[in-house]
Design a protein around this ligand. Structure first.
Ligand code: COS
Length: 386
């Protein structure tokens, strides 16, 4: 946790960086499918890769609430800029931060904090998506090693990653989630290969790929926290935080889309007036503003309560569900306000419209968030009835 002035200054610096460095380079990233090296260096310099990593390991040690304030800002630029450091802040480092041993923390967190090493989270498989407990990648014990076999799919930052958190089955299929173990596997380990980058609807500059394990030998010491069978719970705890982070990214993207819509509506003339003077356009702008405010308030509240030690699983799911659906509606209105121009690649709203579609799918679909929310609700109601 930083002091209030310091965090306010940091957020202002990030906002300026987004406006002056990231937004002007969005089109280059979209065309080249890569983030320019000088921007990666600047992001590392500013500490973005280590936002959530404790200070003793070289990170900024931000609280969840502080991290979300930064992500509201970064989210205003193309999602690809956030994606390259977000796995280090979230799903690619948090398993170590939350459940890792001291030795694992010391070995990996300093490199993740600077971005020298990119972390990646390998849970999803060709046949395992929403049903995360049914992981099929196997890990068979052989002396001091586990031998991993299986394929992971759609793995964010796999082509760049130096370290994978891999959920693999050390137990039987019948054991369900209790048979899943989280391993740390370094890129370059024999038997680990990364497939070609996937071709996606949007988010060019952010890469996903298959990660394939063929008799990949991983030391027993690389089990996160040292105890087998805890991998599913570790993954769920990581995703609780990840879902808040995605909700903050959605809120930032929605804010940007609204800024674009306001700028266009103010400039574009029809019937002899700017279209912003028409109440039907104003209604769309007002709906965007209202929903962004709601998402931001939800994320801030849930993050603050997580920082205070509360388990916020259901509320993180509420945030992710609401904010990702909300940014879809905002993107749709922003395109609508732009009219024909909104469908053209010359305007950022066209790219954002495609980019934000992913938010309703990854780190748990909207339907999985609904399920998590409803389960918690019904469980609490049952406890209250006793
Ligand atoms: N924190 C800590 N523990 C958790 C947890 C969390 N957020 N969520 C679940 N657990 C624990 C449960 O408490 C349960 O243990 P007990 O039986 O001791 O209570 C155990 O883990 C199994 O949980 P559950 O029974 O809820 O597991 P399910 O197989 O029913 O799956 C869902 C739950 C569907 C919510 C889970 O599989 C999920 O989130 N799926 C989506 C995965 C996803 O987001 N994929 C995106 C790709 S990763 S970027």
């Amino acid at each position: 946790m930083l002091d209030a002035d310091l965090i306010a200054q940091f957020v202002t610096t990030i906002r300026r960086f987004v406006d002056e460095q990231l937004v002007p380079n969005e089109e280059i990233v979209a065309q080249t499918d890569a983030i320019p090296d000088h921007l990666l260096a600047a992001m590392s310099e500013m500490g973005l890769f280590g936002l959530s990593i404790p200070t003793e390991y070289g990170g900024l040690g931000l609280s969840a609430e502080e991290e979300m304030r930064v992500i509201f800002e970064v989210g205003r630029a193309s999602p690809a800029f956030r994606s390259i450091f977000a796995t280090n802040v979230g799903i690619g480092s948090q398993a170590i931060v939350i459940d890792g041993s001291d030795e694992q923390k010391q070995r990996y967190l300093p490199k993740l904090a600077t971005g020298e090493m990119i972390g990646s989270f390998a849970l999803t498989e060709p046949d395992v998506g929403s049903d995360a407990a049914s992981v099929k990648t196997t890990a068979r014990l052989d002396g001091d090693f586990y031998v991993l076999n299986g394929t992971k799919r759609f793995i964010t930052n796999a082509p760049e990653a130096g370290l994978f958190t891999v959920m693999a089955r050390t137990g039987t299929a019948e054991e369900g989630e209790a048979g899943v173990t989280a391993f740390l596997v370094e890129a370059g380990t024999p038997g680990l290969t990364v497939g070609k980058p996937d071709r996606k609807m949007g988010q060019r500059g952010a890469h996903t790929a298959d990660v394939i394990f063929q008799d990949c030998r991983v030391p027993v010491a690389n089990i996160i926290g040292g105890i087998p069978g805890r991998g599913f719970r570790t993954a769920m705890k990581v995703l609780d935080k990840g879902r808040l982070h995605i909700a903050a990214a959605c809120t930032g993207a929605a804010q940007r889309l609204l800024e674009e819509a306001v700028a266009y509506a103010t400039e574009r003339q029809q019937f002899g007036k700017p279209i912003s003077s028409f109440q039907l356009v104003q209604a769309m702008l007002a709906d965007c503003r209202t929903e962004i405010f709601a998402a931001r308030a939800m994320v801030e509240n849930a993050a603050r309560r997580r920082d205070a030690g509360e388990v916020v699983t259901a509320d993180a799911a509420c945030c992710k569900y609401f904010a990702s659906e909300m940014v879809g509606r905002v993107a749709d209105r922003a395109v609508q306000i732009h009219g024909g121009s909104g469908y053209m690649a010359d305007f950022p709203v066209e790219r954002f419209y495609r980019d934000v579609r992913l938010f309703r799918i990854y780190e748990g679909t909207s339907q999985i968030q609904q399920l998590v929310i409803a389960r918690h609700l019904l469980r609490e109601a049952a406890v209250a009835r006793r």
